[in-house]
Design a protein around this ligand. Sequence first.
Ligand code: UT7
Length: 329
Amino acid sequence: MNAVIRGTGGYAPEKVLTNADFEKMVETSDEWIVSRTGIKERRVVSNGETNSDLCYKAAQRALEMANISPEDLDMIIVGTVTPDYFLPSTAAVVQEKLGAFNSAAFDVAAACAGFLHGLSIARGFILNGNVKRVLVIGSEVLSRITDYTDRSTCVLFGDGAGAVVVEADENGVEGGSGVLSSYLKADGSKTELLWIPIGGSKDPITQQNVDARGRYIMMSGNEIYKLAVRAMCDAAQKTLDQAGIGTDEISWLIPHQANIRIIEGVAKRLKIQDEKVYLNIEKYGNTSAASVPIALDEANRRGMLKKGDYILMVAFGGGLTWGASLVRW
Ligand code: UT7
């Protein structure tokens, strides 16, 4: 049995925030942002636009490519840390929007690694024979949890969604397409390096903690940076080892788009040439769980992924959580 990606989809909201816009909001410069992060612009939602709206649009595109109707889905998984509500899950809202009423639906909270957690879960259920078709989405509306007075974080984040339809291939043969291996890991001892301190059940929102700006993403960027490079390399290597594939056999590295320097550091350590690294950070910034599936969809729709290609996806984020998946296209 193989778990095969039949379709991909992506969606980013229309509204664009450029580095020039940030120069008017905080003390920063286009030069600082581009040289330190690689980001030139990011997309953000408009009033009334929700996470589930982004999910819905990305999902429709993935389902259309897969030629699968929503009623045929057995499971919907949404990786997100910016759900429409705490209750219900965003996946349940998306189920209703799609009319996918034969599916289970749940969210995965694994920050920037949320999509790869979802993909790994989908693969597990498919290989166990429990389900046949799973919609995996990574989607975020980070603009609603970004402190636009904090220059060290606000220039980094954007909104968007990416989706894949994964299907069981019972005739899966040695050498066929599919998700070949996955590796997931967490370190809950470093929570405070990247978190939102208030708004959960431990510290519900009060006027006082809202005024203290505790409802926004807080990040110790420099420490996260160093941990990210090490963890992403380790996850990538473990995933490749599981499948017995060498880095020289990789056609595309599709990394979480948090910082161009992190990506370059990972590629260099893994000895993967620059031309095999898919980059779109310049256009979207860091979209957390959405960044890997948006990049995968872009590369796919641009015809860059050929049958038989080995594609390595890797991500790192809050939790801390990280992971990688290897796909034969
Ligand atoms: O997606 C989840 C995982 N997240 C990540 O992987 C992000 C990881 N971290 C990073 O990408 C980088 O650490 C940042 C891009 C966030 C920051 O880059 P850095 O090279 O680590 O800069 P820094 O935090 O060490 O700050 C250097 C200087 C500081 O000034 P001083 O103290 O040296 O005078 C900051 O105050 O840059 C200053 N700075 C800024 N200057 C202009 C911080 N933000 C800005 C800004 N514009 N927007």
